[in-house]
Design a protein around this ligand. Structure first.
Ligand code: 13P
Length: 253
């Protein structure tokens, strides 16, 4: 059905893990990717904010892009502790994750705020990775698709394109738990997201990358990445070590 098959993206979200010495994992990953030759997917690491600049400098011109895990919606101003998308762009970030469920939960971020952050990323020339996903309670109530529809509706803006936006589906109950939905369940949600994107963005909806996230590891990557409409992964714990992360990327090699 999709005329253009999106190039997969395998993204690592390091969350609040890693010091500047952890750049050795980026170097190790690069060495593995170099050895692998042609890599048919994009590879991204999003370290904690203080490491973005140094990691981006190290990874410049390599097969690994560097991104961030959040940004403020505004360009600048009195927002103590916050970082603008322009600042991220300035230090070499190519992507920024917005609306991760941990931020929605820990910081009460609403879909409207997530949309504003994604728009800020676009303003700065950075690709936004917009996260959606249901909680276990919502899933048990049979509300998964309803929740996803509402998060997509509120977090996306009409001008979003497949070039400046990536969607990540992360069931909250699968994050860091070792539990994953069945491939059939993933297929159902990703097909639903694809349908919503097509309804809103027309034929460009087919070109958006829809990542799956939640307990992706080397042993289940191949199965999850072969599900229709899964165009890559957003990986937490298993992205911290180059060996594990490369094991996941290997699903595309
Ligand atoms: P885990 O891969 O550790 O389950 O985390 C997923 C995630 O939240 C990535 O953003």
């Amino acid at each position: 059905m999709a005329a253009r098959k999106p190039k997969p993206l395998v993204a690592g979200n390091w969350k609040m893990n890693g010091l500047k010495a952890s750049v050795k994992e980026v170097n190790a990953l690069n060495a593995k990717l170099k050895k692998a030759g042609r890599v048919p997917c994009e590879v991204l690491i999003c370290p904690p904010m203080p490491s973005v600049q140094a990691f981006a400098a190290k990874a410049k011109g390599t097969k690994v892009a560097i991104g961030a895990q959040d940004c403020h919606a505004n360009l600048s101003g009195a927002h103590t502790g916050d970082v603008s998308a322009e600042m991220l762009k300035d230090v070499g970030a190519k992507f920024v994750i917005v609306g991760h469920s941990e931020r929605r939960a820990d910081h009460g971020e609403t879909s409207a705020e997530v949309k504003a952050k994604a728009l800020a990323a676009h303003r700065a020339g950075i690709t936004a990775i917009v996260c959606v996903g249901e909680t276990e309670k919502e899933r048990d109530a049979g509300d998964t698709l309803k929740v996803i529809t509402s998060q997509l509706k509120g977090s996306l803006d009409d001008g979003f394109t497949a070039k400046n936006t990536v969607i990540a589906y992360e069931p909250v109950w699968a994050i860091g738990t070792g539990r994953t939905p069945t491939p059939e369940d993933v297929a159902k949600v990703h097909a639903h997201i694809r349908k919503r994107l097509a309804a809103r963005f027309g034929s460009d909806g087919d070109a958006f990358r829809i990542l799956y996230g939640g307990s992706v590891k080397p042993s289940n990557a191949e199965e999850l990445m072969s599900v229709p409409n899964v165009n890559g992964a957003l990986v937490g714990g298993a992205s911290l070590k180059a060996t594990d992360f490369f094991g996941i990327i290997s699903a595309y090699l």
